[in-house]
Write a protein that binds this ligand. Structure first.
Ligand code: HAM
Length: 490
């Protein structure tokens, strides 16, 4: 290794700081003030809006005052900014969502965040309907920010029609909006990872989906002692209702009422069921069945001949084959709050019971036909980005995700800025990340920055070295330093 030139030595030695020993403080975020320039932009936007032909009476442009206003620097209630450290966490999470989906052979899809409102309006009185962010656009169309991804997926499957061979294994990671009461892990905007299988009627599909979620948990360090799946089938309720000759069209409504069993007093649930037209005798039987926590007991009550017990037994035996029995348990009280589920339903909770559901899903064999498509069997799940982060925090499992740039390149003289740019381009061309120092800065500053971005190498472009076509390199972890010809830089 050639010795580093004395002029670089002069710069480097007294300033050498062990890369790992440097700590840096957080910056305070200055309060933002609307500048006259911003006001101008607003004013011209307003003027553009007033010249749009006046097509819509639905939205009036915001009033702009000429006074300087201090804006609220917080994002709207229930929504989040993603500063770099949060974005790193989000990218890490999404990367794991995508990697697991890839391992299971799923293809990624996406849909618009803004959809037609009609897509989300179902008859059963779901909570999600009341939480819809909906409005009329400038063309007088009723639109909504999607509260979930499943209706959009169903829309796309119908649109593709017979041009796509079944089964489809699709996944998506997208932002959803619900005007929700804020609690820990529940917000007004969240991201959901969805995996759906379209075209498979057997519970092998549900088993595969549960297995993919468990694979994800294992990747991020969550074990069966941290979380557990509660699984049931809506066919259990269907069989009870059938015994009491309760019409099929009440099924969705009954499920929505029963889903609130843990949130509302029992009297309220009973009253709601009664108002829906369910007899007292049937209500008592429903409640008795819902308290069952073992498949054997369920079989004793419903008999072994029905689809509910058969599906559940098959699912549990498949899960055993996957080796995941410790993760799941039967619980008849799980029905889920969305009207479209028709078969197996499942939710995953933290074992300490501190948080809301981490994810949930199930079979929805009739959703496509309710939108006018063919009846195609389908199942899937939604996994939010908020509760899982709370759980990782709770368990001390949040990953350390520091910013990491491989090289920091700095010109020691202003007239060498162009050479430094060439060095950066060469390294970037080789796939290396480079933070190029863009201004003339003292070396002390450069070292501090190198520590902040966790750079591995400092590359200094100095006059004396450059006359020989060389640059100085310092390996920041070891302190090793040398000069190297530009074309030998790897
Ligand atoms: P969901 O149970 O309404 O199901 O939502 C799925 C997951 O999204 C929840 O378990 C939770 O992790 C997350 N989530 C829901 N609402 C919020 C919120 N306000 N704040 C934070 N996270 C939230 C569905 O949405 C179904 N479409 C899932 C599905 C896909 N079923 C079949 N395919």
């Amino acid at each position: 290794m050639p010795a580093i030139h004395s002029s670089l030595n002069f710069y480097l030695k007294p300033l050498f700081l062990s890369h790992s020993s440097i700590s840096f403080s957080k910056f305070a975020i200055p309060k933002q003030v609307l500048s006259p320039r911003n006001l101008c932009a607003l004013a011209s936007a307003e003027s553009a809006a007033s010249h749009n032909g006046g097509r819509s009476g639905a939205l009036s442009p915001p009033t702009v005052t000429e006074e300087l206003q201090r804006i609220d620097v917080n994002p709207p209630k229930g929504t989040r900014d993603f500063p770099p450290e949060d974005m790193r966490l989000r990218n890490w999470l999404f990367h794991n969502f995508r990697e697991v989906s890839r391992l299971f052979g799923f293809e990624e899809v996406d849909f618009p965040v803004l959809e037609s409102e009609a897509l989300f309006i179902r008859k059963a009185g779901e909570e999600i309907r009341d939480q819809l962010y909906c409005f009329e656009d400038r063309g007088n169309r009723r639109v909504a920010l999607r509260p979930e991804l499943t209706p959009s997926l169903a829309r796309l499957v119908i649109q593709k029609g017979k041009s796509v061979p079944l089964p489809l294994k699709w996944f998506a990671v997208g932002q959803c909006w619900r005007y929700e009461r804020m609690t820990r892990g529940r917000r007004r905007e969240h991201y959901q990872w969805n995996m759906d299988i379209i075209g498979v009627p057997e519970v092998t599909a549900e088993a595969e989906l549960i297995s993919s979620i468990i694979t994800f948990f294992k990747r991020i360090g969550i074990s069966e002692s941290d979380v557990g799946f509660r699984v049931s089938s809506r066919k259990v309720l269907q069989e009870v209702l059938r015994c009491y000759s309760i019409p099929e069209n009440l099924f969705g409504k009954v499920c929505i009422i029963i889903d609130k069993i843990e949130k509302l007093p029992l009297d309220v649930i009973k009253n709601d069921l009664k108002s829906a037209g369910i007899s007292e005798e049937a209500i008592e039987e429903l409640l008795r069945v819902l308290s069952i926590k073992s498949l054997t007991e369920l079989e004793e009550i419903l008999g072994g001949a029905g689809e509910a017990v058969a599906d559940l037994k098959l699912l549990f035996s498949l899960v055993e084959n996957f080796g995941y029995s410790d993760w799941i348990q039967f619980d008849a009280s799980v029905v889920r709050g969305l009207a479209y589920y028709t078969g197996i339903v499942f939710e995953c909770f933290d074992r300490d019971g501190k948080l809301r559901a981490i994810c949930g899903g199930g079979r929805y064999d009739r959703l496509l036909s309710t939108f006018g498509g063919d009846d195609i069997p389908a199942c899937g799940f939604g996994f939010g980005d908020a509760v899982i982060v709370e759980l990782l925090k709770e368990k001390g499992l949040l990953p350390e995700l520091d910013l990491q740039v491989e090289n920091i390149v700095c010109a020691l003289d202003h007239n060498l800025q162009g050479v430094a740019a060439t060095v950066a381009t060469i390294l970037r061309g080789k796939g290396q990340s480079v933070d190029l120092v863009l201004e003339s800065k003292p070396l002390k500053w450069v070292f501090k920055r190198a520590a902040r971005i966790n750079a591995q190498r400092l590359i200094l472009v100095g006059n004396t070295e450059w006359q020989k076509g060389m640059v100085g390199v310092k390996i920041l972890s070891s302190g090793e330093q040398y000069e190297i010809k530009l074309d030998e830089l790897e």
